[in-house]
Design a protein around this ligand. Structure first.
Ligand code: NCD
Length: 327
């Protein structure tokens, strides 16, 4: 963690500490800091529609999205608006990036706009950290390349916690394109920090080397991985990040790694099914599972996304808003 990110001794309600200026990843967060953000999100889950406090009134939030997104952009926009922020969206297609502007120039431009908080999605791993180091306001990572997607991991942890009563000691299987997935990386970091038992499953071509060092158990056999699972989290085949053939065919992939209702009922009948979206129905997940009323938590994940993003926007702007106890 670079020194610029660290403000030791910043007190927060309850005497806990959240010393980070930015949220660029789950990496570097202590377990109690993750729990703190989840606790903060809880208050927004049940907030009366139309009536949450306008804590960000008068602040400008820029959502700078250099890569396509539907749910994450919308979720950050709704979260900011519910808190009363002036939200501005910048899409790469309309920006100077297409004209060859460097990342540093983009950062300087965003900074000159005097935003109070910037949310960034970028196709390059590490781009968000680079921009965060160049601007004066808090920066939230909405997904950078294959690196991290911290708010996705937080919303997933919140969904598990609310559905299963906790994360610790729950057996979570993450199956799919682990090699290209920032969601997998952030989830592995968050779930292991919260003491879940994490199993990862993928064909060997899509399994990152030495993944055990993250404290997870790798499987290439999906049926074996699913045995006794409390949560099965499916990931999309990220074909846009693949150069060449990582899987023999989509049909073959579905046969070995697709979550069908039959497989779920045979291997982990009580498990909660999750997917960050967008889903490839019939590839990594069948509609019968994705739309399963009791088992699927997929729409709940989307709902939790707004609450988690409200919490992150609120917490990261407290110092700027002069909230008492936030040095
Ligand atoms: C993911 C992403 O963009 O990283 N989606 C999301 O944020 N909900 C996963 C993906 O693209 O497959």
């Amino acid at each position: 963690m670079p020194p610029s990110d660290h403000r030791p001794g910043t007190l927060i309600e309850g005497g806990a500490v959240f010393p980070h200026r930015h949220l660029t990843g789950i990496e570097g967060l202590e377990p109690h800091e993750i729990t703190f953000l989840l606790d903060e999100a809880e208050r927004w889950v049940d907030a009366a529609p139309g009536g949450p406090e306008k804590r960000l009134a008068g602040l400008t939030q820029i959502n700078a999205f250099f890569e396509n997104s539907t749910r994450t952009l919308l979720s950050f926009e709704i979260a900011g608006k519910r808190l009363g922020a002036d939200v501005v969206n910048m899409h790469a297609a309309q920006s100077s990036v297409k004209k060859g502007e460097t990342l540093i120039d983009t950062a300087m431009t965003l900074n000159a706009m005097r935003a109070d908080v910037i949310v960034i999605r970028h196709m390059s791993s590490g781009a968000v950290r680079l921009i965060a180091d160049k601007v004066d306001c808090p920066v939230l990572n909405a997904g950078d390349g294959r690196h991290e997607h911290p708010t996705q991991a937080l919303l997933d942890a919140l969904t598990i916690r609310r559905r299963l009563g906790g994360v610790a000691n729950r057996r979570v299987v993450i199956c799919g394109d682990l090699l290209h997935s920032r969601v997998a990386r952030s989830n592995i970091l968050a779930l292991t920090a919260l003491a879940a038992e994490v199993r990862v499953c993928a064909p060997s071509t899509l399994m990152p080397p030495a993944i055990e060092r993250f404290g997870v158990t790798p499987f290439t056999d999906f049926d074996a991985a699913m045995e006794g699972a409390d949560v099965v989290m499916m990931l999309r085949l990220q074909t846009e990040r693949m150069a060449g053939g990582y899987v023999p065919s989509v049909r073959e992939y579905h046969l070995r790694y697709g979550l069908t209702l039959d497989r779920l009922e045979r291997r982990a009948p009580g498990a909660l099914v999750m997917h960050p979206g967008p889903m490839n129905r019939g590839v990594e997940i069948d509609s019968a599972v994705a739309d399963h009323v009791e088992r699927s938590a997929i729409t709940e994940q989307v709902a939790m996304g707004v609450a988690v993003r409200m919490a992150c926007l609120d917490v990261l702007t407290r110092r700027r808003r002069g909230v008492e106890g936030w040095a």
